[in-house]
Every structure is written in C-alpha cells, then in structure tokens.
Ligand binder design. Structure first.
Ligand SMILES: C[S@@+](CC[C@H](N)C(=O)[O-])C[C@H]1O[C@@H](n2cnc3c(N)ncnc32)[C@H](O)[C@@H]1O
Length: 275
C-alpha cells in the first residue's frame, strides 16, 4: 500500500484498515454485518428504495426509466444481493419470473415483511453469490444493485458463477460504488473531496473486532479490473453507466451527496451480455 501523507482535517474519521482477507472471512463478515445492519439499513434507506421499485443507486436511477435490463416480461430473472427485494418485486410486477437471493437472513427478513405489506411474493433464496444454488443456463437476466460484488474477495469467480447460470445471450447488469471513490474518504462533505488513497491499491477495506476478526469487508477493483473480470468470464460489455447527480436531488446516502455527486461519479453500472 502506498503511504500518502494526509492533509489536515478537522473531523478525522476512524482510521481505515487495509489488509488481505480470504473468501471465507469475507463471507462470515458480510453475513454477520448485514444481519446486524439490516434494521438500520432499512430504517435509513427503506423510504428512498420503496417497496415496489428498482432503484440502481443513490443518484436515484430507476430501472423504470433506465431500462438497463431490457424487456423483462416472461423472462427468468435472478437478483443477487437483493436485500429487502423491492427491485425483485418491481420486476415481478413487470411480468418477470424473479428469484431474489441474498446472503443475509436479516435482509431477507425485511423482504418477507415487505411481501406481507405489498402482497407481492417472489421466491427468496439465502445463499452466497459465489456458490449459486442453480443449474447451468437457467436465467435470462441476472442483476444486482450494490449487492454481493463489492463484498466478495474473488469477484472474478462471482462473474463466472453469473455466466454459468445465464443462458447464451443472457444479460448481466450490476451497480457498484464507482471505483474512483476508493481514492477518497467515505464522507459526504468537504473532507470527502481530498484524494487520500491510491486508486491502484486493491487491498480490501476491513473493519475488525477487538480480536482482529473482520466484521466488515469491502473490496476495490479498478474500472479496468472490472472489465477484465467480465471479459474473462465470457461477457461482452455493452455499457458502463456513470449516473450524474440529478438537479434538485438533495438526499444524502452515506458518502453520496449533492456536493460530491456534482463533481465526480459515485456509481458505476455495468451492462454486459453473454454471446
Ligand atoms: C448494499 S446492500 C444492497 C441491497 C439491495 N440490493 C439494495 O439496493 O438496497 C448489499 C447486499 O448484498 C448482500 N451480500 C453481501 N455479500 C453477499 C454475497 N456474497 N452473496 C449474496 N449477497 C451478498 C448483503 O447481505 C446485502 O443485502
């Protein structure tokens, strides 16, 4: 890791720990973290996400407007890292045959509650994106909004799993934090405007408990890494969408804010297909 001297900051956030972690450590940390965080996540973001809406990112891009998945009616769709599954329910409402998958029972508990509220049911599967419990070539579309991909150590393997369960011609669309955000602290204000970390340092961000056991893990890949992962898994890249911060959108989501969003991208959405 490159040692970059940090400028003075008034409110310095907790020190960022960067270290290598295995897939097993990432899985354990993610499962426990998202189980623990599920209530807070829904309390904070539930109204923005809605119960029956597919929102790609904090910039507020909706699948209803963007159409990144193409026509979904009658298609077999798998949503990974689906959380409370508002997106999956929206897809079901558009006539898709949807399965929603998440690693966390805590997040899927919120999915069940929202199903009761809305009366829209989709099959829920608790599993790891690295080991999808499905046969080969069964889905037409796989998608995720900020699910799974940033949290697995071997994201190349996750791309291969997605390719395995997709039919020829199938589409894979995923949104992630824009890789250039890695350079900055995850702060929505001015302190998040100063480049502090190397874009080229792929050492994961890890939070640990007092015993040094990882409790939260987030992975970074450059844009080029993501393209190489896709191509290596057999995908053709169709687009990489970098949503601009919409005029009049004032809602802050963690590190995503109007201040930063007007200066540089916060989200990258990759659109790819199998030949
Ligand atoms: C930032 S949340 C996004 C949830 C939802 N897609 C949304 O837009 O609100 C990340 C989700 O990915 C899930 N996740 C993390 N690692 C995963 C993995 N290895 N396999 C499947 N899901 C995973 C978490 O449990 C969590 O629900």
């Amino acid at each position: 890791m490159i040692d970059i001297p940090l400028p003075e900051a008034a409110d310095e956030p907790a020190p960022v720990v960067h270290r290598q972690v295995t897939d097993a450590e990432s899985r354990r940390a993610s499962r426990a973290w998202w189980d623990l965080d599920a209530d807070d996540y829904q309390a904070e973001h539930g109204s923005f996400l809605g119960d029956l809406d597919f929102v790609w990112c904090p910039e507020g891009v909706r699948e209803a407007d963007a159409g990144l998945l193409g026509a979904v009616r009658g298609k077999q769709v798998l949503e990974l890292g689906a959380g409370a599954t508002a997106g999956a329910r929206w897809l079901a409402g558009q006539g898709a045959q949807v399965t929603a998958l998440d690693l966390s029972a805590g997040m899927l508990r919120h999915a069940r509650a929202a199903e009761s509220r809305t009366g829209v049911h989709v099959p829920l599967v608790q599993a790891d994106a690295l080991a999808l419990p499905f046969a080969d070539s069964v889905f037409d579309i796989v998608c995720t909004a900020f699910g799974a991909i940033p949290f697995v150590a071997d994201s190349g393997a996750a791309m291969r799993e997605v390719a395995r369960v997709l039919r020829p011609g199938g589409r894979w669309v995923f949104s992630i934090t824009h890789p250039m955000r890695w350079v900055f602290w995850d702060e929505p204000d001015e302190s998040g405007l100063v480049a502090r970390n190397s874009y080229f340092d792929r050492t994961p961000y890890v939070e640990t408990d007092e015993n040094g056991t990882p409790t939260y893990v987030e992975q970074h890949r450059t844009v080029g890494d993501r393209i190489r992962e896709l191509v290596a898994a057999g995908f053709v890249l169709d687009d990489m969408v970098e949503p601009e911060w919409p005029e009049g959108h004032e809602q802050i989501w963690g590190q995503w804010s109007p201040l930063r969003g007007r200066l540089f991208p916060g989200t990258a959405i990759f659109v790819a297909h199998l030949p």
